[in-house]
Design a protein around this ligand. Sequence first.
Ligand code: 13P
Ligand code: SF4
Length: 353
Amino acid sequence: MVLTVARGTSRPTPAAAAPKAPLAYTWSKALEAEMAPIYARVKNVITPMEWPHYAPLIKSINSLKEQRQAVILAHNYMTPEIFHGVADFRGDSLQLAKEAARTDAKVIVQAGVHFMAETSKLLSPDKTVLIPDMRAGCSLASSITPEDVRMLREAYPGVPIVTYVNTSAAVKAECDITCTSSNAVQVVESLGAPRVLCIPDQYLAKWVQSQTKVEIIAWKGACEVHERFTGEELERMRADEPGLKIIAHPECPPDVIAAADFTGSTSHMIQWVKDKQPRKVMLVTECSMASNVAVEAPNVEFIRPCNLCPHMKRISLENIYECLLEMRHEVTVDPDVAVRARRAVERMVNLTN
Ligand code: 13P
Ligand code: SF4
């Protein structure tokens, strides 16, 4: 049984501006030669026209990173010039959270959205955590408040609350444990309870419900990128593209998941493509991920349903450069909130280690 409760979602926003500060490096024959090994890797997803713009930015960011003793944690939805050009660690929400806890760098730049930067700060409280654009939010994170969670506690006394990491630290602080799309079923079952509140993604909750006997009570949040896909659209693609394999993220609606060959977190989807090497595949998720996987799976043809996340797309090479140059925008968490939110995140990390 899935019970749902409604709230709003955030809307698409404009792209990031060009860097205001001059770059440490400019395009030249020498730079072209030095950056050739990186370009060789991404040449199928970045055109020769774009490269003279990206290469000086990549070189400038990589040298600033050393000066600042910084690492860049990049989510799988970052564009390929970020993902393959400047990222030190790449992955899904769980992998990035674990990396944040492990790193001995002084500074973490989160190439992702705000809740991910907050999670890094929770797990690395002594490090400086920066995000290139503070407006990089998430429709799931904005669908629920700490007051909402307190209301749920009152309505369902004794029922444990699992929150998806796609929430604010203040919401996590009210919950028993966090989960990501790669461990949601494991986290729910670890609680040993007959009923569990699984917030805020109604579709992730439905997917978990399909995988477990624990009764799931959901909130009515949704990812504005994944909720746009439909099962009908997938069936049309299958009819148009014989032999097509379709793999979906669990934030998709149930009819999409029913029409897919596999469902999993962004990293599980990437692993599936690498292992199975399908001739043709459609990744039912944010659009940039297909470009990133294409670099590592050159024999696979990607059919792209291009849904972009406006929040992830706020992050660019330009604002990563400015962020490192000016050491902005620092992400902090109120200490009282941090103690309680960290408990919920660490409980998940310990369970999956
Ligand atoms: P993953 O943990 O699967 O990377 O999902 C994060 C996310 O925001 C997907 O929309
Ligand atoms: Fe949030 Fe969806 Fe964007 Fe992921 S893709 S950050 S869930 S809005």
